[in-house]
Design a protein around this ligand. Structure first.
Ligand SMILES: Cc1cc2nc3c(=O)[nH]c(=O)nc-3n(C[C@H](O)[C@H](O)[C@H](O)COP(=O)(O)OP(=O)(O)OC[C@H]3O[C@@H](n4cnc5c(N)ncnc54)[C@H](O)[C@@H]3O)c2cc1C
Length: 550
């Protein structure tokens, strides 16, 4: 009998699996049901369509149902909702959303790729006109249409989708306010890193960002269109449009009702072959959880990069070969105007919460040889386990090339490398691409010196606390006199490199060096310690980070 693969869901995981299953098995019957009217589209491209970099929404569609039928012999049924899975009977119940017709379809293998849905809070006013989420192409089209009549937009949620939309909207001359209930935007990163992004958005992009306040209610005008947002602190903000960018939830109800096991994160539990607790039912994409290979713990991090890989591996196993999806390290990147924020592995706060004993290195560095006219700053924060020296993660942000360095760390995390091993990686060099020692290797060297206790440092937060108890600490700022004049920590002294040793002799007490980005003061501390100075440390991240706190 001909084998029949039924797939539920037709975006990243579903269509990737359909195409791969066809390549693996030319004879299998493949049917895909999706309740949406679009398949195989790039949700990730929607902010750029709204910005108008991409004029036509159809450009976001990678493959059409006709392509799948004509070229791959795959039957795609759009606007068809699978309403029930009956695992014992190997069949699904389906409803045609256009005609209302209900029917049943038998499968030999089933793939659940039902993805996720945007979270909409249960508050007054969410059903008003001009209140949107951005999850599929229809949302993007409606948002773009409404933009034409809007001057002011409130984005609720400072995650990566909300942040991408800032640029999309500002390109249309829209006034923007972002609200986030936590104390920072992009809260999978550390606060010291996102403070830099927040400062950039406020100072250079004129975005009004309100943190520590949540959305209380939405107030409409006499045409039921949103006109005001009320925050938890009682602020009333006038607006023409509201975007709810509050994250997504896994679509697991169909699977759960069928007795498919749900994992501890609330998403579908699968093994490394993407198999559920029913051996002939597989699941992939945003609806499943996976393992964070750095911690070995289950995580749910819904991303298109992961959904595609999972879809491919599910198809290989469904069609009879063996391949494992080993998990993720949690890599992500987001473009925030001309600023990049990228991350892989653990942030410092995640490492702290999980009880790791760790060391961090923070430095600001040019992404190319400093003399190149287009060299730009990046800020790197790298973290390693104290006892083993194993790398735990990195965050890299800035206007320079950040993500190519985070990708190197992602590879190192996958190989479970120590900092010492990482320092030996043979990275490329030419002035237009990087300094002679790539900044990520410099960060690793700094981390290594700290692990080996060749040098000591203090974070800006620790310094703030430390200064409350210890008045006798000398803070020496080695930036130029004009930089020092523009801003410095109270009671700090300015010194040039040349005068530094003389100054150290004069202060003769515990000394903390600071520079602009952490790099020069680290090197100087190292040199001075080699010369026998003991009571000396440097500030992680330098004045660039101190300014956000002091
Ligand atoms: C604006 C935006 C920007 C993004 N940017 C990035 C990015 O830059 N990088 C990145 O890695 N990721 C990004 N993502 C996330 C990425 O788009 C998702 O991770 C990816 O789409 C997940 O694919 P999926 O196939 O698992 O699920 P989904 O895309 O959620 O698709 C699931 C499909 O299943 C259908 N379905 C659900 N239940 C049923 C049912 N019962 N019957 C029939 N059909 C059903 C749904 O209608 C939907 O069409 C972005 C997402 C958005 C919204």
């Amino acid at each position: 009998m001909q084998k029949h693969l039924v797939i539920i869901g037709g975006v990243a995981a579903g269509t990737k699996a359909a195409a791969k299953a066809r390549r693996e098995s030319p004879d299998m019957k493949i049917t895909l049901y999706t309740e949406s009217k679009y398949i195989s589209y790039s949700a990730c491209g929607m902010p750029y369509y709204i910005e108008d970099l991409i004029k036509d929404e159809k450009r976001l569609i990678v493959r059409t149902p006709e392509y799948f039928k004509d070229r791959e012999d795959i039957d795609i049924h759009i606007k068809h909702k699978v309403t029930r899975i009956l695992p014992e009977e190997y069949r699904v119940e389906v409803e045609n959303l256009e005609t209302g017709e209900k029917f049943s379809d038998e499968y030999s293998k089933l793939l659940i790729a039902t993805g996720s849905r945007a979270f909409v809070p249960d508050i007054e006013g969410v059903k008003l006109q001009n209140v949107f989420v951005l999850k599929d192409i229809d949302d993007a089209v409606e948002i773009k249409k409404s933009l034409k009549h809007s001057k002011k937009v409130v984005i609720v949620g400072g995650g990566y989708i909300g942040l991408e939309l800032l640029e999309s909207f500002q390109a249309h001359g829209i006034d923007l306010i972002m609200i986030d209930r936590s104390s920072q935007i992009l809260n999978t990163f550390d606060l010291d890193m996102t403070s830099n992004i927040q400062k950039y958005l406020i100072e250079e992009k004129n975005i009004n960002i309100i943190t520590n306040e949540s959305l209380k209610k939405l107030i409409g005008d006499n045409k039921d269109s949103v006109k005001q947002v009320e925050t938890s602190e009682g602020k009333l903000i006038d607006t023409d449009m509201v975007i709810l960018a509050l994250g997504v939830r896994p679509n697991i109800e169909l699977a759960k009702d069928a007795g498919i096991e749900i994992g501890e994160t609330g998403a579908i539990k699968v093994n490394e072959r993407m198999q559920t607790n029913f051996p002939d039912i597989f699941a992939a994409g945003d609806c499943v959880e996976t393992i964070n290979t750095v911690t070995g713990k289950n995580v749910w991090i819904p991303l298109g990069s992961t959904a595609n890989k999972m879809g491919r591996i599910a198809a290989i196993n469904i069609t009879g070969r063996y391949e494992e999806f080993k998990g993720i390290t949690g890599s992500m990147v987001v473009k925030i105007f001309d600023y990049t924020a990228s991350k892989t592995g653990l942030s410092e706060k995640e490492a702290k919460d999980l009880g790791y004993d760790y060391v961090i290195a923070i430095l600001m560095h040019r992404d190319k040889s400093g003399y190149m006219p287009d060299a730009k700053e990046i800020i790197i924060k790298m973290i390693a386990e104290k006892s083993s020296g194993r790398i735990l993660g990195a965050q890299i942000i800035g206007k320079g090339d950040a993500d190519k360095r985070v990708n190197v760390v992602a590879a190192a995390l996958t190989a479970n490398m120590t900092v010492e091993e990482f320092m030996g990686i043979d990275l490329t060099y030419a002035p237009p691409y990087s300094p002679s020692i790539d900044p990520i290797l410099v960060a690793a060297q700094m981390l290594y010196s700290k692990l080996k206790k060749e040098v000591g440092s203090i974070t800006p937060e620790e310094l703030q606390e430390y200064l409350k108890e210890k008045e006798s600490v000398a803070i020496i700022d080695i930036r130029t006199p004009s930089e020092f004049k523009e801003w410095h920590i109270e009671n700090s002294q300015n010194s040039s490199f040349e005068e530094l040793e003389e100054k150290l002799g004069q202060v003769n007490r515990e000394t903390i060096l600071c520079c602009e980005g952490g790099m020069e003061s680290y090197l100087l501390t190292l040199q001075l310690m080699e010369k026998g100075y003991q009571n000396i440390r440097f500030v992680d991240g330098g004045t660039n980070f101190l300014r956000n706190i002091f």
